[in-house]
Design a protein around this ligand. Structure first.
Ligand SMILES: [Zn+2]
Length: 368
């Protein structure tokens, strides 16, 4: 038996341990007596109190606590005092455990309600409505064009934006010496691939993949080395159309373009074709339509001409059909293309198409 313990009265030792506990427990006593003390406690302070209480429990009820030591002393006190001493130890144990557990319970429920309060939604606060976006004007017009052609039985084809010389030029019957091939007109990658300068490339892919007969449109981005100005941008949107079947003539081309423009701009719209030249069509024609604003009388939009120039078209050159694996003896076809951004600029009265690509929210918000 160690010297110190034998010299001390075990009852005094228990009493000292109890006093030490009472002293330390004092700071928690308020929680047990008055819930008002708790109410002012924020979440993190309450959590700190909970940890402090757990430490207190270890110090006063743990294996190395004075109480644990006094339990070991029970066997060493004289036999006639043993029962009474044991009772004192038990009482102390029960009292300390009870007090700690009571406050533990109070803190625990306080924390639970504080946490759920923090997570709860205050329904009395005014709501913050998420701002709803809308489609870009180019997308709106592109989808309208797609809807019209889908209803005319055309498929929508998507294509790659980086092409080989074959698809961008050769297959489109663009000769080697054509200026479009020059580096000052077309963007090339370091590996010699071209950023497609027209969506006509998709025609070739589609004919190779699906063969004839075929009806398709291909909306998408194209790239040209233009210096940006109010009517030019190095990247812009085109839509290309292709119809290949037996017995397709220029009349089908004119009828289709005219019908498209009537559905786009109204039943009164008149279309006209002017002879032109493109390497991939023969014969070729540019098409204009009567001004949707003034109906042909002349205004700012049509520059007082009454007509709006829109795109190019023509009968697909036999070399193009042949190059894409379609027999020009059996099939013929027409193709047309137009600029979507240009159409958007016309429809919304924009003076500068660059506005469409700057993504300035103050500009785009006007198209909601
Ligand atoms: Zn006009």
């Amino acid at each position: 038996m160690p010297e110190g313990q034998s010299q001390q009265d075990p009852k005094l030792q228990v009493e000292a341990a109890r006093k030490a506990f009472e002293q330390e427990f004092e700071r928690f006593a308020g929680f047990a007596e008055d819930s008002g003390t708790l109410r002012v406690l924020d979440l993190s302070s309450a959590e700190a109190q909970q940890r402090a209480l757990a430490d207190l429990r270890t110090r006063h009820l743990g294996k190395k606590s004075a109480l644990a030591a006094s339990k070991k002393m029970v066997g060493r006190v004289p036999a006639d005092e043993r029962a009474a001493f044991g009772q004192i130890v038990q009482q102390n144990d029960a009292e300390i455990t009870g007090k700690i557990e009571h406050v533990e319970q109070i803190l625990k429920s306080h924390l639970e309600s504080a946490r759920s309060e923090r997570e709860a939604i205050d329904v009395t606060l005014p709501g913050r409505r998420p701002r709803r976006g809308h489609l870009h004007p180019i997308t709106v017009v592109r989808e309208r064009i797609e809807d019209i052609f889908v209803s005319l039985g055309y498929a929508i084809e998507d294509g790659r934006e980086i092409e080989t010389d074959f698809y961008n030029f050769d297959a489109l019957n663009i000769p080697d010496n054509h200026p479009a091939r020059a580096a000052q007109d077309t963007f090339y990658t370091a590996d010699g691939f071209a950023l497609r300068s027209q969506t006509s490339t998709v025609q070739i892919h589609a004919m190779q993949r699906r063969g004839a007969p075929l009806r398709m449109i291909a909306p998408g981005r194209v790239f040209r080395r233009d210096t940006p100005d109010p009517t030019h941008n190095p990247m812009f949107f085109q839509v290309e159309g292709l119809c290949v079947d037996r017995g397709i003539s220029m009349a089908h081309l004119k009828g289709t373009v005219a019908e498209f423009l009537r559905r786009m701009f109204g039943a009164q719209t008149v279309t006209r074709f002017r002879p032109s030249y493109f390497p991939f069509t023969e014969p070729s024609a540019e098409f204009d339509f009567s001004c949707f604003k003034c109906g042909g009388a002349g205004c700012r939009i049509c520059k007082n001409s009454g007509w709006i120039e829109l795109g190019g078209s023509g009968m697909v050159h036999p070399n193009v059909l042949r190059g894409a694996g379609v027999d020009p003896e059996e099939f013929s076809g027409f193709a047309f293309g137009l600029g979507i951004d240009r159409m958007v600029a016309l429809m919304y009265g924009l003076d500068d198409i660059r506005l469409l690509f700057e993504n300035d929210i103050r500009f785009l918000e006007q198209f909601d």
